[in-house]
Design a protein around this ligand. Sequence first.
Ligand SMILES: [Zn+2]
Length: 171
Amino acid sequence: MRKGSVKSHEPSADERFMRLALREAERGAREGEVPVGAVLVQNGRVLARAHNRPIHLYDPSAHAEILAMRRAARKLLNYRLEGCDLYVTIEPCAMCAGAIVQARLRRIVFGARDPKAGACGSALRVLNHCELNHQVEVSSGILATDCAGVIQEFFRTRRKHNPSIVNRAKL
Ligand SMILES: [Zn+2]
């Protein structure tokens, strides 16, 4: 886990991009989607940002990471996103981790771990599996408390409005 310098109040680049991802997650929460946000960055420039939208798009694959990668690939006119970094508030699932490998991303930075479905080593290890050729640099724990908090708050509010709802929060 990476920790910010105690002396400096300047947020690191990772923190700045994660804040943008958090803003996306909050946008998702307002739409009633499980709040996960993602930002795709190339050479310090934001190429795409997205939040979870499977409910609104009637698309089980419409996770924040997938949508951000699709947008970035269209922008670059390239299905490979080599040299690109993905910031995402929650550890990617197996589907997204698979797409991350396909896209040949350089680096993944995620906030909170997902012990039930995270595929970067928590529940499964898809990223950097020893059988895979493409290896991705992975950093975790960036603004983890905030990232997990958005999801926890989302499910807390939902339970309040509908106490019978099953808590599907992963965190
Ligand atoms: Zn996913």
